[in-house]
Structure formats: structure tokens, C-alpha cells
Design a protein around this ligand. Structure first.
Ligand code: 1GP
Length: 241
């Protein structure tokens, strides 16, 4: 599958909103993939993201292979580490954690990833990744050893996102963190969106159709939801096609 970024741009220019279901290879057993993906296929989801903060080596490759058997949706890696890179997926969010100041997550892991990526046919999507404070510590904060930007420092969030775009990043991702207590608020989404020319991804702590629609209305082009589906698959009923 090619042209994933171009398809995102086309969807946005057609005023379509995008939804990614995030699957953590550490939490999903291969035997439940088929039934889970059939629910994804019947939902409004347009993309599948695969990744987690801490995943055992080999799990991502096996999981993506299994998911591919059951769906035609694009599968995008959302890796917590270099070990999660597999050419079974269609694309990879090449994430630089620009809210933090840990060189490993700004450039170090990326350098490590090159020898793998250069042998693969994955579409690489350079993404400025911003962790925003959400009321509790998240795995991204713990694993990356970086501090999130405070929720009320809106100008700092905007400037960081814009700096990512000016550095050439093709996507900006506002992350409250998996299972966040408070998702990114609408005001922040809309303020950041007004300054950006590249697509805006928003994720972390979104648990209802109302919150999903609020994020879209505020300006999110693509929303990522993981925990709400992990905790209760009946959420798929609310977002049927
Ligand atoms: C996490 O943004 C994603 O990295 C999704 O968050 O699991 O809280 O939906 P949730």
C-alpha cells in the first residue's frame, strides 16, 4: 500500500475526518485479532495504528501479519522503540518527541532505526510528537524520561508544534498519553490547528463518541483511540459506519 500520507491529505481536503484504532501488541492476543478487526472494519475507523511503550521483540511483526489477514485498512506503526519496526506494516510514524529534551527520543532512536528502515519498503511519516500533561503520569513520560508540557502552557504547545512543522515534520501529534485522565482539551486543539499547515493528530484518553466529535470539531484531522476499545469493545457499537 502506497501513498498513505497523500491519502490523509486528500481526505482532509475533502473535509473527511480520520480515526485510528490503536492496538498495543503487548495487550492483544493473536487469537482475538480476527473478531476485534471485524469490529474495526464495521466502524468509522480509517486506519489501524500498532505500537506500545513496552513491547516484546517479535510481537509487533506477528501481530501486524495477523491483522493484515483480516483488513484492507492501512496499518501504521506507532513504535515505542526500534524493535517494533516491521515491514509487514504499510507506514511508520517516525516520531520525534519534541515536547521533551531527551536526545534519544529526539534523534537517537531515529539514527538506530535507519539500518532497518533502509532495507524496508515502509512509508516513513516524520511526526512531531508532543506529550501534554493529563493529570497522571503516562508510560510515554516514564519510558522516555521526559516531562510533558503543562496543559495551561498553550503558547508553548503551539510554538513547539509549529517548530516541528518548520523543521519539516509532516504530521503533528498532540498526545495526552494512553489511558489519560484528561484528553487534550478543545481549546488547545483549536489554537494549535489554527497555526498549522500540516495534519493534526490527537490522542490519549478519548473514551466516547461525544469526545471524539469534540476533538474533530476543534480541528483534529485524525483521532487515535486505544484504551476505550481495549476496556470495552461495545464502544465499537457507538461508532458504526
Ligand atoms: C496513546 O494516543 C494514544 O498513545 C491513544 O490513547 O489509549 O487513551 O485512547 P488512549
Amino acid at each position: 500500500m502506497k501513498g498513505i500520507y497523500q491519502n490523509i491529505i486528500t481526505s482532509i481536503s475533502n473535509s473527511e475526518k480520520l480515526l485510528a484504532v490503536l492496538i498495543d501488541p503487548d495487550k492483544m492476543k493473536p487469537k482475538v485479532v480476527s473478531s476485534f478487526i471485524s469490529k474495526v472494519n464495521q466502524s468509522l475507523a480509517t486506519h489501524i495504528f500498532v505500537g506500545g511503550s513496552e513491547v516484546e521483540e517479535g510481537f509487533t511483526d506477528a501481530l501486524v501479519t495477523e491483522i493484515k489477514k483480516h483488513t484492507g485498512l492501512p496499518i501504521i506503526l506507532f513504535p515505542g522503540d526500534v524493535t517494533q519496526i516491521t515491514d509487514k506494516a504499510d507506514a511508520i510514524l517516525f516520531l520525534s518527541l519534541i515536547s521533551g529534551r531527551n536526545p534519544d527520543y529526539l534523534i537517537g532512536k531515529h539514527v538506530e532505526a535507519v539500518s532497518k528502515l533502509s532495507k524496508m519498503n515502509l512509508e516513513v511519516l516524520p511526526t512531531g510528537y508532543l506529550l501534554i500533561e493529563n493529570g497522571k503520569q503516562t508510560s510515554v513520560e516514564r519510558v522516555s524520561k521526559t516531562k510533558p508540557i503543562k496543559r495551561n502552557q498553550i503558547q508553548s504547545i503551539i510554538n513547539t508544534a509549529k517548530a516541528g512543522e518548520l523543521l519539516g515534520m509532516k504530521l503533528i501529534y498532540l498526545e495526552a498519553g494512553s489511558g489519560a485522565k484528561d484528553s487534550i482539551d478543545s481549546h488547545t486543539i483549536s489554537m494549535v490547528k489554527q497555526e498549522l499547515n500540516v495534519p493534526l493528530i490527537v490522542g490519549g484518553g478519548i473514551r466516547s463518541k461525544v469526545e471524539l466529535e469534540l476533538a474533530f470539531k476543534a480541528g483534529a484531522d485524525l483521532v487515535v483511540i486505544g484504551t476505550a476499545f481495549e476496556e470495552d469493545e461495545s464502544f465499537f457499537n457507538e461508532i458504526k459506519k
